[in-house]
Design a protein around this ligand. Structure first.
Ligand SMILES: Cc1ncc(C[n+]2csc(CCOP(=O)(O)OP(=O)(O)O)c2C)c(N)n1
Ligand SMILES: [Mg+2]
Length: 734
């Protein structure tokens, strides 16, 4: 429990600790609980007033939930345990040591707001100094991050040397803290238990016996939707009772002492390493969902009055008086002190400076390590073949696998997981050598589990949000998850994590937290029979997401060099691997050694030329090269072919230099034409290089439809070398 500095009135019987009677809480703690509870409620009231005065811009209260937060805060340890709270957890954060002033800084959107520097709404907690991890608005996205956070703690405990500070890569900027018995708290409302991510998180926590404390704050409503509509049978405890390895508590969460007792048991269970715990606390919501909601529209007065009778603040006040811990004068004195302190905090917060307008793009990416810089420029050192012959050219699949293998040897913080990525989950088969092992549906991770063990390379459940959500939590704690999404076509269950969490955590926490994980994704078509759901591209959706680096290599050497940069850098990276290129003859290369790196944002000129610039990446690179070679043979026209390799950031300098030289440009990609990645490149060329152009900027891309199964249709839908040849020829003659 955090000690507070201000306004503590003396308890009536300050020294008489009656631990047996109050489930282990002392009389002092009970007074302290009332002080925090009253502070929390009155802080909500002050914010509501400020919102009405248009001095703040949003308000969501923790009213009615306070006893849960205080009980949790009393039983857990700030700066030691980890916290993934949600917006009703004001009292928890106060108990852990956050101050009303800090909370008000978030409400006014001040530069010094420790949660987000004015970037997030009020009550979106994130206190780096307390291990309260930056929270967001999507209901439920915190759950699997908490699971990943707990996994990271366990991992570091088993691999303490992995936590060592290292220089030369992201580890220089990612300090690790672990104790071995820390607990990860995660809370959510009753409505949020309807999210799939809740069930995915419960499943993994149970299966891996992780020290995660799930706290359901059940106020019976999700905005206006009552619990019986959300939850089959109306009670979440009944539904989850079958999860193994859990300790379960269901408690009246407006009763501080009962709730404290429930948390004491639950935390002890988690801390002892027995597995996760589940505290289902029944609470009330006296202030509507938020200030934008009026619950009288859907709750009659009778129901609201029944609820009011359970108000935790009144309950605790009555209790203190009844037990002779504080009398009315003591209560009044305490409340007066709280009010005075709050007034000071409000006055100060209203005077706090706003963030500077020019700071808006700060912390989209790591301020410490720039992946486009020289640090990531490291030359190829191909190994000599043993017999003196030139080293063997290997496929992109081989070199990705070799890079992963070497990087895992170099950096013990790397963990690899995803669907089917392990060699064999039933380890005994590996041990007895009765099987060869799988290592990914495309075999990109083959042999990694056998070499590095099952706690570093393992299969996930078939749940993409589970993969990315856990990776976010692990990376926040300092691990380097390199996870795999089996097919780009199935990335969408992870979309909340990929859009609203992974790339956003650094920016929204004003650099308080970061999670530089790598997400490897098998992408693309030209598969002959791949059909709709094994052929999609869609990279522009992710290049349109600030905070996400997006890489798309076309050949083995680039894949190795860029994957190493992805792993060692300090930003989240989506690493797109074209399935058709995995084993292509085009672009094979010898392994370039354990330190070969290519900085992000540097294109490759595949062939120089004068007449026309062709800008592309991925599987259209070999097709464009084929077309360019034919154009030269047939018409003597030399095309400058640029492989972007990295889509965010991309190499504008190389594009601009080339277009200024050739004055003609074609942008080509495998993904659909409309709103595709090429549109941005073309728009920028039109805007900045207009004077250089002798011909309209053209694009070649897929038809605006999905890829069909019948190969004759696939051929028409995806851009082919013939299409590229025609466009190049036309443009060169323009
Ligand atoms: C994924 C997502 N969908 C919808 C919303 C809008 N929304 C915000 S809070 C909320 C209700 C949450 O209810 P519950 O989980 O019971 O928590 P409570 O607010 O009652 O404490 C909704 C629908 C959201 N923030 N995120
Ligand atoms: Mg609710």
């Amino acid at each position: 429990m955090a000690t507070k500095t201000d306004s503590r009135p003396a308890a009536l019987a300050e020294t008489s600790e009656d631990t047996g009677k109050y489930e282990g809480l002392s009389r002092d703690q009970l007074v302290e609980a009332y002080r925090i509870m009253y502070t929390s409620r009155r802080l909500d009231d002050r914010e509501i007033l400020l919102k009405r005065q248009q001095k703040i811009f949003f308000q969501i209260s923790g009213a009615g939930h306070e006893a849960v937060g205080i009980a949790a805060g009393f039983t857990l340890k700030p700066t030691y345990d980890w916290f993934y709270p949600y917006y009703r957890d004001r009292a928890l954060c106060l108990t852990l040591g956050a101050t009303p002033y800090e909370m008000l800084l978030e409400a006014v959107g001040a530069a010094d707001d420790p949660n987000s520097g004015g970037r997030q709404m009020p009550s979106h907690w994130g206190y780096p100094k307390l291990n309260v991890v930056t929270q967001s608005s999507p209901t439920g996205s915190q759950i699997q991050q908490a699971v990943g956070c707990a996994e990271a703690g366990r991992y570091f405990n088993a691999h303490p040397e992995a936590a060592a500070k290292m220089s030369g890569d992201y580890r220089q900027f990612k300090d690790v803290m672990f104790h071995g018995d820390e607990v990860t708290y995660v809370s959510l409302g009753d409505g949020t238990t309807s999210e799939g991510e809740f069930w995915e998180g419960m499943n993994t926590a149970a299966n891996r016996k992780l020290p995660v404390l799930f706290v359901i704050q059940d106020n019976e409503y999700a905005i206006s939707v009552p619990v019986e509509v959300q939850t089959a049978g109306g009670n979440i405890s009944r539904l989850v009772a079958g999860f193994p390895n859990f300790h379960f508590e269901e408690v009246e969460g407006t009763d501080l002492i009962a709730t404290y007792a429930a948390f004491t048991r639950a935390v002890a269970y988690c801390r002892a390493g027995n597995g996760p715990a589940f505290v289902h606390a029944h609470v009330i919501r006296p202030y509507s969902h938020s200030l934008s909601d009026d619950e009288r529209l859907y709750r009659p007065e009778s129901e609201r009055q029944l609820e009011a009778a359970r108000d935790p603040l009144t309950r605790l006040q009555m209790f203190l008086i009844r037990e002779g811990i504080l009398d009315e004068a003591g209560i009044n004195q305490l409340e007066k002190h709280v009010e005075e302190a709050l007034q000071d905090a409000v006055d100060q917060a209203l005077d706090a400076p706003f963030p500077a307008p020019e700071s808006v793009t700060q912390f989209v990416y790591s301020p410490d390590l720039d992946p486009t810089s020289q640090v990531f420029e490291s030359p190829a050192v191909p190994a000599e073949a043993a017999d003196g012959k030139p080293p063997v050219a290997r496929t992109m699949a081989d070199l990705i696998n070799a890079t992963l293998k070497d990087e895992m040897g170099r950096d013990e913080r790397i963990v690899v997981f995803g669907e089917d990525v392990a060699d064999c989950s039933r380890e005994q088969y590996l041990a007895e050598k009765s099987i060869k092992g799988k290592g990914g549906v495309f075999k990109l991770t083959a042999g990694l589990q056998a070499k590095y063990g099952s706690d570093r390379v393992f299969n996930s459940p078939l749940a993409e949000a589970n993969i990315v959500g856990r990776a976010v939590g692990m990376a926040t704690r300092g691990l380097k998850p390199v996870v795999e999404i089996q097919f780009f076509d199935y990335i969408w269950p992870a979309m909340m994590q990929l859009r609203d969490e992974l790339p956003l955590i650094r920016w929204r926490s004003n650099n308080g937290f970061s999670c530089p994980a790598v997400v490897r994704v098998a992408i693309g078509g030209y598969l002959t029979g791949g059909s709709i759901y094994h052929s999609q591209c869609g990279e522009s959706i992710f290049t349109h997401t600030p905070g996400m680096r997006v890489v798309f290599p076309s050949n083995a050497l680039d894949a190795a060099g860029l994957l190493r940069t992805a792993i060692r850098c300090d930003d989240p990276v989506m690493f797109l691997e074209h399935k058709r290129l995995y084993r292509e003859t085009f672009g094979r290369a010898p392994y370039a050694g354990p330190d070969y790196m290519i900085p992000f944002g540097k294109a490759k000129i595949v062939q120089p030329g004068e007449r026309l610039t062709v800008i592309t990446y991925g599987a259209t690179v070999p097709r464009a090269l084929q077309a360019a070679q034919r154009l030269e043979r047939a018409h003597g026209v030399k095309v400058e072919l640029i492989d972007l390799r990295c889509l965010n950031p991309f190499d504008w300098e190389t594009i601009a230099a080339s277009v200024s030289k050739t004055n003609r440009v074609l942008v080509a990609h495998e993904d659909m034409l409309s709103w595709g990645y090429g549109a941005e490149i073309v728009a920028r060329i039109a805007s900045e290089l207009f004077d250089q152009l002798d011909a309209p900027v053209r694009r070649v891309a897929a038809k605006d439809t999905f890829v069909a199964y019948q190969p004759a249709l696939e051929d028409v839908i995806l851009p082919q070398a013939d299409d590229l040849f025609r466009a190049m020829h036309e443009l060169s003659e323009y």
